[in-house]
Design a protein. Sequence first.
Length: 94
Amino acid sequence: MSSRWKARVIGTWTSTTNTGPVYVEPTGYHYTRYTYGATLPAGYYGDPYYITDYQTYNLPPPPDGYRWNRVGNDVYLVETTSGRIRDAVYDLFH
């Protein structure tokens, strides 16, 4: 792992912050901090919320069947078939 990663706490990474593209919440949703094992709501599925350039943010490549999703300033590693959160990076963006 890169030196930018801080202590791991119950399946969750915290990291230094980055600027990123403009973020717009899905209609009808408000920011919620999700935890490991939770299911990400379907409103956060789609190109505006996928992080495909994960290398830019020093995120590890997602394993097969997973992708990085942005919710507010946080990023979640989400299983594509179930929406289940495998890992989280809180406050990646500012």
